[in-house]
Unconditional design. Sequence first.
Length: 153
Amino acid sequence: MSQLCWHGGFLLDYISDIELRRTIQGATNKSEAFNLFVQWVAFGGGRLLAENTRDEQRKMIKYHHLAANLLIFHNVVTMTRAIQVLIAGGQQIDEEALACMSPYQTEHLNRFGRYALKRDRVPEPLDRVKVLRMPPRSEGLPTEKIKKKSVTF
């Protein structure tokens, strides 16, 4: 019975607190964007998961997440280099717009191409690291309900 009361209390909070709804909607949108990216990355759109055993299905899901995370890292490095070129050229960069950029870009990726892997190649270091603050509270993130976070580029 106490669990039912807790759920009812949460629903009342959810209905009455616009900041809570914004926070939940934002988290849901980020999760859905990642899931759509993983589906895009998965060969055949994830429809080739022919195994019927739970362990094999979990393994394929982990492989898809690993590949997606590698591409996300590649996208962040590429975007960081492009932003650094803009800054070096004197372009002003809006930090709030930068904080809203998504690493789930797919237009420049060729997932069915041929690739030469150089396993002994060390990635180039990022010259400059810049810490970006999350958008202000007016953007829908209630400070009393979340911890302060930052984004590093």
